[in-house]
Write a protein of this length. Structure first.
Ligand code: FPP
Length: 251
């Protein structure tokens, strides 16, 4: 009950101040969460998918424009086959069970990464959900799947070269998988690791970084509100001096 009250009052504060437009999360620590309880790693991923539901709901509630979740990296294919298979199954279950929630709440779902490497039953569900939700105008929820940020930059460069386009910043931006998403404002990583791990490397240019010791299955509504609240207290200077930023804000 006390926690509910805390979340409610923090939600009110957070909504009254300028919000980050785009938040991305490296959801780390599912395995450790499970191991600490003597459970199989997949139980951690399952609990982690509950955090995905809770955090997405809160992101929508406070009015974020975009939430991007690192659900599976290209390097994760090298994990034990039963863990990979279990994660793919969880993704399919998530897409089936969240359909009504996504549509009722005006969420636009899409995915970035080497999507052709995903098994057919995941690809089909993603594509169906993407098509069904593309007219929605609320939160853009992006799942990064078989994602590799350096590969994204390389494929954008290859496409520009093949099209004979000179490779400036805008040309690259327009060919990245993230085209159309707002500028990344805040990148969060759970589980105490302080690495970016090949996630949104180009897009991180001016993002604020937030690291929390919490394991992903323990990161829910209140924890999202807390990182957004912390973001809102920071001074973003974009290369200017503190005095220039203050003068700009006064103007
Ligand atoms: C990292 O924890 C997490 C992953 C590799 C998978 C993330 C997947 C989910 C949160 C659930 C399914 C996703 C959706 C969108 C429903 P880890 O396994 O590396 O943890 P560890 O570092 O403690 O071992």
């Amino acid at each position: 009950m006390a926690e509910r009250t805390l979340a409610e009052s923090l939600r009110e504060k957070v909504r009254a101040r300028p919000l980050p437009r785009h938040v991305a999360i490296i959801m780390d620590g599912n395995g450790r969460w499970a191991e600490a309880r003597g459970l199989p790693r997949l139980a951690g991923h399952r609990e982690g998918s509950e955090s995905v539901r809770a955090v997405t709901r809160e992101a929508r509630r406070i009015g974020l424009e975009a939430l991007t979740l690192y659900a599976f990296s290209a390097q994760n294919w090298s994990r034990p086959p039963d863990e990979v298979a279990g994660l793919m199954q969880l993704l399919a279950e998530y897409l089936d069970s969240e359909r009504a929630e996504i549509m009722d709440n005006d969420v636009r779902l899409h995915a970035i990464g080497e999507l052709d490497r995903l098994p057919g039953f995941v690809r089909e569900r993603l594509e169906r959900m993407r098509q069904e939700s593309q007219g929605n105008r609320g939160l853009i929820l992006t799942l990064a799947l078989s994602y590799d940020a350096r590969e994204d930059i390389a494929q954008a460069a290859r496409r520009a070269a093949a099209e004979g386009v000179s490779l400036d910043r805008d040309a690259l931006d327009a060919r990245l998988w993230t085209v159309g998403l707002p500028e990344l404002d805040l990148l969060v990583r759970t589980s105490g690791e302080r690495r970016v791990s090949n996630f949104l490397l180009w897009q991180c240019a001016y993002a604020e970084l937030a690291f929390t010791e919490l394991l992903w299955p323990d990161f829910r509504e209140l924890e999202l509100l807390q990182v957004v609240d912390d973001f809102q207290r920071r001074e973003r200077r974009f290369g200017l001096t503190g005095a220039q930023v203050a003068a700009r804000d006064r103007a």
